[in-house]
Ligand binder design. Sequence first.
Ligand SMILES: [Zn+2]
Length: 55
Amino acid sequence: MLTLIHKECGCPALDESPVGEVCAIPIDRFPFTCFSCLEEIDDASEVRLSEEMGI
Ligand SMILES: [Zn+2]
């Protein structure tokens, strides 16, 4: 499962990952507010995709 990570705070940028199996940052969602630190994320350069390892 892929999660959208906010680079600045290193935490999930969205409550639930909308990325799913598409493996792409949902650029049509920008700008939006980071779920973790509540700062505004303007574009894809401020986030990265992280694969959560389900253990
Ligand atoms: Zn953040």
